[in-house]
Design a protein around this ligand. Structure first.
Ligand code: HEM
Length: 226
């Protein structure tokens, strides 16, 4: 605890915490999309996966830890961005300073949109707000029918396209986060830049492409109610 407080009191410590919480959040979205893609195997595959998570004895430990991690990431992310703006040297090249400004604004805006998205998404798909009767459906094994919940939701074109739009903000945030996290952790030599750029594009395209594919497949009729 003492160490955490010490880290929080220094700029480099705050940057490190943003990077470490960023890694956990990247792992979360990679895990979440991997689980969600079982929807293509079939109804019972997705429902069994959701049942496994919902009945895990660690569920609430994980939920509360993730909540703390998101809050730390957002609060310190905003603080570090403001500190960077204030510390920007006068001598900084005009083009460089403009780029930094656009980059910081992009990260803050995309991050805040994602925060709002997560709040609506959890209220919607986890707590069942606005889903109606389908929220109480069970499949043949008696498991919560998450498959029907997802498909019914995305049969509404407004919701499907709103999710796809939100995923654009995830793309912006993820693309920059993957590279920034590695740079903060010390991979900042120029020779690493090309590889980090490649890695951040690959992770972003795989994760965001996977998420977008689900509402899109429902809209195109490739995923339907059984
Ligand atoms: C098309 C994209 C997405 C789909 C289809 C989807 C699907 C789902 C479903 C079905 C649940 C509820 C699971 C259950 O009750 O067992 C859920 C929960 C959740 N999702 Fe997503 N999700 C998507 C995108 C995202 C993204 C991009 C994020 C984060 C940036 C995210 C974060 C969460 C969180 C935090 C929960 C709550 C987990 C819990 O129950 O504690 N989701 N998602």
């Amino acid at each position: 605890m003492k160490r955490l407080l010490y880290l929080l009191s220094t700029t480099i410590g705050r940057k490190l915490i943003v990077a470490l919480t960023g890694i956990v959040l990247i792992l979360f979205v990679v895990g979440h999309i991997s689980g969600n893609l079982t929807i293509y195997i079939g109804q019972s595959a997705l429902n069994n996966y959701a049942h496994f998570l919902q009945t895990s004895p660690m569920l609430w430990v994980m939920r509360l830890s993730m909540l703390a991690i998101v809050m730390l990431h957002v609060a310190l992310g905003v603080a570090v961005t403001q500190e960077n703006s204030l510390a920007r040297p006068e001598s900084c090249h005009a083009g460089q300073s403009w780029y930094l400004h656009v980059y910081q604004r992009r990260m803050i805006i995309s991050g805040l949109v994602l925060l709002a998205f997560i709040a609506v998404h959890v209220a919607h798909l986890t707590l069942g707000a606005g889903i109606g009767e389908v929220f109480r459906l069970k499949d043949a094994s008696g498991h919560v029918d998450v498959y029907s919940r997802v498909v019914t939701t995305f049969q509404n074109a407004w919701i499907a396209w709103a999710y796809i739009a939100a995923m654009m903000f995830l793309a912006i945030h993820l693309k920059h986060t993957v590279r920034a996290v590695f740079q903060t952790l010390g991979f900042s030599r120029e020779s690493y830049f090309e590889f980090l750029e490649f890695l951040s594009w690959m992770v972003t395209l795989a994760v965001v492409g996977g998420f977008i594919s689900i509402p899109l497949s429902v809209q195109l009729g490739w995923l339907a109610l059984l």
